[in-house]
Design a protein around this ligand. Sequence first.
Ligand code: HEC
Ligand code: HEC
Ligand code: HEC
Length: 80
Amino acid sequence: MPPPIEALYHGAKSPFPLEGGHAAVPCVECHATRSASGRLVFEQVATQCSTCHVDPHAGKQGPRCDTCHLAVDWRSRRAR
Ligand code: HEC
Ligand code: HEC
Ligand code: HEC
């Protein structure tokens, strides 16, 4: 079992499960924002998707790919 915070945000039933290709991705690869004292700031969620994924929208949809896309594949879309 992952620690509670990971299960809540990244467990199997969470909005963005860390499965498949993301299972081995370190937190900091997606949550790169740090406070002045150097701590990771998770509230600044995941703006780093395009460091690993090609953005076919050329930035026009913004950096938060996960607001529209699920973690499983790019074809499934979030219900809105
Ligand atoms: C592949 C990218 C990715 C990785 C790796 C990742 N996260 Fe996330 N994280 C996200 C996304 C996307 C969300 C927003 C999910 C949602 O819709 O609530 C999120 C949300 C969170 C939140 C909730 C933030 C908030 O205030 O809403 C926490 C806490 C968090 N992640 C912690 C972690 C931890 C700890 C790790 C490492 C074990 C980690 N994340 C690894 C993409 C990632
Ligand atoms: C505001 C919603 C929204 C955001 C944000 C968004 N997308 Fe999309 N994306 C879509 C929609 C809708 C489609 C399907 C229509 C299209 O192809 O333009 C799509 C299609 C795609 C596809 C093609 C999927 C296929 O059919 O094979 C990829 C890949 C993709 N997006 C990646 C990204 C990445 C990477 C980001 C973040 C940098 C991102 N998207 C941000 C809405 C969004
Ligand atoms: C450190 C690199 C890295 C980061 C950052 C990252 N991913 Fe991924 N992602 C991967 C790898 C590796 C895979 C598995 C191989 C593949 O399918 O491209 C993957 C797979 C995916 C897939 C499934 C691809 C498919 O086959 O349809 C989606 C969707 C996805 N990522 C979305 C995201 C979103 C959204 C973010 C930002 C919140 C993100 N990723 C951040 C490395 C990353």
